[in-house]
Design a protein around this ligand. Structure first.
Ligand code: KG4
Ligand code: ZN
Length: 354
């Protein structure tokens, strides 16, 4: 039972073929990194143009790599939202056309549900599970109940955690996206050097807020003369958009490394604290951590070092950031339930999971 998954919600054009909901036969991701890097973030108009350019070859490659013919497919799954509307539209239009021409069922998948299925389709996750979805656009806590019914328990009130990584990195001249750079440099600094604190939450204590720490980093930066090292990093990125850690260390001061380590440490502590609290509240039998920020080495290490009465599952690195295998995997239970979309399917930029 093979499903072709298509994902174009942000800046990756992705297609994958997944068999029986868990066996990933191919997973192709065309990154638009080179297009957006120089702008310090994703430019929506450029993203949709790049998706248009990439969608046909990416789908073809996913089919070829899995030795799948169109007639071998049982269904086509596509991300409906949330995401950039112009980007989503490319994947949806293509998926609809292909489904129509081949007479295949079409399955609409929520991108966040995809991130959760990147883990549950590959691991022995027992339900109810607590899922922390932490990416560039989301920092959400969900209860995952039997039958993949979701209940939103908490979310960020301002910036997503990945967005905070990206903004801090951009401010200090580390380019885009910021998460991987901060992750690579943090082990070279002292995580206790800068005592960042996060705002106490009024109301739902399972909500997050990361705009305060972002402002604290801005204040920290303004109180120092970092112009020379910021310029040196920007010049380095001009020459080489993907420098290695050694190159970055050569243009980064000790105090900046300490600040980055402290920033990352504080964000990780906050993510885990609320995830563990939520898991306790629902009597979770597993903890699932997914989304781009789940790549973070410090987060993975801190989760492993926290002794919990239930297992913690992360996706493989390739399934943490945006991909289409997670979309095809999430579509499998919908296929079994006969939950199909039709030609009226529309992109929904703010589609909620629960
Ligand atoms: O899930 P994703 O690929 O796209 C969204 O749905 O947003 O997540 C991208 C986010 C970016 O903010 C990026 O900086 C962050 O994930 N990220 C990381 C790491 N790798 C990617 N954040 C922290 N540490 C990392 N190693
Ligand atoms: Zn994502």
């Amino acid at each position: 039972m093979r499903i072709l998954g298509i994902e174009t919600s942000c800046d990756e054009t992705a297609a994958a073929v997944v068999e029986d909901g868990s066996s990933i036969l191919s997973s192709v991701v065309a990154s638009q990194f080179a297009t957006h890097a120089r702008y310090g973030g994703v430019v929506p108009e450029l993203a949709s143009r790049e998706h248009l350019r990439a969608i046909v070859p990416v789908v073809r490659l996913a089919l070829d790599e899995s030795a799948t013919r169109l007639e071998d497919l049982a269904a086509i799954a596509v991300t409906q939202g949330p995401g950039l509307v112009g980007s989503l539209l490319v994947g949806i239009t293509y998926a609809k056309a292909l489904a129509l021409v081949r007479g295949l069922p079409l399955i609409a998948v929520n991108h966040i549900e995809g991130h959760i299925h990147a883990v549950v389709s590959q691991n022995p996750v027992e339900l109810p599970a607590l899922a922390l979805v932490v990416s560039g656009g989301h920092t959400h806590l969900y209860e995952v109940c039997d039958g993949f019914v979701y209940r939103l328990l908490g979310k960020t009130r301002d910036d997503a955690a990945g967005e905070a990584f990206d903004k801090v990195a951009k401010l200090l001249g580390f380019g885009y996206p910021g998460g991987p750079v901060v992750d690579a440099l943090a082990p070279h600094g002292d995580p206790h050097a800068v005592p960042f604190t996060l705002a106490k939450m009024k109301g739902n204590t399972l909500d997050f807020s990361f705009s305060g720490i972002k402002t604290a980093v801005l204040r920290w930066t303004e109180a120092r003369d970092l112009a020379a090292e910021v310029d040196a990093r920007r010049a380095l990125l001009e020459r080489n958009p993907q420098p290695d850690v050694g190159d970055l260390l050569a243009v980064t001061s000790r105090e900046t490394l300490d600040m980055l380590a402290s920033f990352q440490h504080t964000v990780i502590r906050e993510l885990l604290r609320r995830a563990v609290k939520a898991a306790e509240e629902i009597g979770a039998r597993s903890l699932v951590i997914s989304g781009g920020v789940a790549c973070n080495t410090g987060l993975r290490r801190a989760a492993a070092a926290t002794h919990l009465p239930y297992p913690v599952f992360f996706p493989t690195l390739g399934l943490s950031t945006d991909n289409a295998a997670m979309i095809a995997a999430a579509a499998f239970p919908k296929f079994a339930r006969g939950e199909f979309a039709d030609s009226t399917l529309r992109a929904q930029a703010n589609l909620a999971l629960a």
